[in-house]
Design a protein around this ligand. Structure first.
Ligand code: TPP
Ligand code: MG
Length: 465
């Protein structure tokens, strides 16, 4: 059963709005003036509805307060009951939040009704895209090792999260990813040639070669360009979600991030802002156990990430990120709740980073090989999904090997093309920020050109001046 944690504790600490004659819920807004209900849009109410956190008042549980003394503190945001018992809220729940899954490791569904049924064509595309992603990772990784591109980073072990979540979204949903989700862009139709052009930083790259490899972006696919500084995409996603809300769009923003990123202030600011604004944003945390060499045990003391949602008043769920059907079902439900109820949702997907952090890392220095092998062999998300497809007779070995061969050929061709394509000229480094180049940038450009002429051996010879 897909069960999202309620966004406010049922054993809430706040009574709300009980003495106020104005009640507010998300857009379109049901407003009660002295008990009478009128339809309004949230914008009209914005200035008067500051204390939306009083949503908690709906879940009042009197039993929680056996020793309350009948009096309440009339506090901004809602009345708070007094108690004569000095009780601290525990630092953790007694049991860990369970992890929603659909597929057993052997590829069988655990029960037939705990997930959203997948269409055959969607399921096959999901599997083929997972294979394409793996092939892309192998070939680009090798290209980096051969010195043909400067950097790379794989999705190995996390293929199901990117592909299955992308399949559950709609094309108008705006994606703000971290860097380990090229699978979402692949699902949306970014071509192998476009991936290769970005990694090689040639003149056909949409970013004009200004970014490191894997910092993909595509306006056409509603996919914001990746930023290296962790967490910056999260408050941005809230802003975008809020603008979708204002424009009454049937779409949400979707923000992806890793476990390590939850230690950034931006994560906390984003969750709070999203809850307060009622912004339709789905936060998808890929908890893959590691932030480069920092394990999750060193990252946080809480029961992972899922429990943080409730602290901000956000409905949340923990799912098996290596189970494509669980990811698909939960993201589909999350996106429809986010849009229909105009609220943020937090998903924590448990998975494992099977590869090194990036081509600049050697993970054997800080983690056990056995741990990697276990996740690679026994909890492999692609193999698990394939078993399910085979058991449905939706996939044959022949289809699979034909697809692998075709993709490999296409990728090698894409790399050859990308390598042959010219680099963008130096002037592009300074364009596209200002309408007219300001004086200081003109000076910088001139200095760069002179330096390149003076020390040609220190600059790539294939970048036209
Ligand atoms: C603000 C900031 N701090 C530090 C870094 C360096 N850094 C790059 S990736 C990374 C680990 C992030 O881990 P996580 O969010 O779990 O994502 P994963 O790599 O596991 O997918 C760090 C610390 C950065 N890019 N930005
Ligand atoms: Mg991580």
């Amino acid at each position: 059963m897909i069960r999202f944690l309620r966004r406010s504790s049922s054993r809430n600490l706040f009574f709300g709005f009980l003495n106020q004659n104005l009640r507010y819920s998300e857009s379109p807004v049901a407003v009660r003036f002295s008990g009478r209900q009128t339809e309004h849009h949230s914008r009209l109410l914005w200035p008067t509805c500051r204390f939306e956190s009083t949503e908690a008042a709906r879940h009042v549980d009197q039993l929680y307060l056996p020793n309350h003394d009948d009096q309440e503190l009339d506090f901004p945001g809602g009345k708070v009951p007094f108690t004569n018992e000095m009780r601290f809220i525990a630092e953790s729940t007694q049991k860990r939040v369970p992890c929603y899954r659909v597929l057993h490791e052997n590829g069988n569904t655990l029960t037939s009704n705990n997930f959203t049924q997948l269409r055959k064509d969607v399921a096959i595309k999901m599997y083929k895209d997972m294979i394409t992603l793996q092939t892309m990772d192998t070939i680009f990784y090798e290209a980096q090792r051969q010195g043909r591109i400067s950097f790379y980073l794989t999705s190995s072990g996390e293929e199901a999260i990117a592909i299955a979540s992308a399949a559950a979204l709609l094309p108008d949903d705006v994606v703000l990813a971290q860097y380990r989700e090229p699978g979402v862009l692949l699902w949306r139709g970014f071509t192998l040639q476009e991936f290769a052009n970005q990694c090689f930083g040639n003149k056909d790259d949409h970013g004009k070669g200004r970014q490191m490899p894997i910092h993909y972006g595509s306006n056409h696919h509603n996919y914001f360009t990746i930023s290296s500084p962790l967490g910056t995409q999260l408050p941005q996603a809230v802003g975008i979600a809020y603008s979708l809300k204002m424009d009454r769009k049937d779409a949400c923003a979707v923000a992806y991030f890793g476990d390590g990123t939850t230690s950034e202030g931006d994560f906390h600011a984003a969750l709070n802002l999203a809850a307060v604004l009622g912004a339709p944003v789905v936060f998808i945390c890929r908890n893959n156990g590691w932030a480069i060499s920092t394990s999750v045990q060193e990252q946080f003391r809480s029961d992972g990430v899922v429990v943080k949602g409730q602290g901000y008043g956000i409905r949340s769920i923990r799912i098996d990120g290596n189970d494509a059907l669980a990811v698909y079902s939960a993201v589909r439900r999350a996106r429809s709740m986010a849009v229909a109820e105009q609220m943020p949702i937090l998903i924590e997907a448990l998975t494992y980073r099977v590869g090194h952090h990036s081509t600049s890392d050697d993970s054997s220095k800080y983690r056990a090989i056995d741990e990697i092998e276990y996740w690679k062999m026994e909890r492999n998300p692609v193999d698990r999904f394939a078993k399910w497809l085979y058991s449905n007779r939706w996939l044959s070995q022949e289809d699979e090997s034909n697809h692998k061969t075709t993709v490999k050929k296409q990728l090698l061709q894409a790399i050859r093309n990308a390598e042959k394509t010219k680099k963008p000229p130096v002037s592009e480094l300074f364009n596209d920020v200002y309408d007219h180049l300001p004086k200081n940038l003109e000076e910088q450009e001139e200095i760069l050109r002179q330096t390149m002429k003076r020390y040609p051996q220190d600059y790539p010879s294939d970048v036209p001046l």
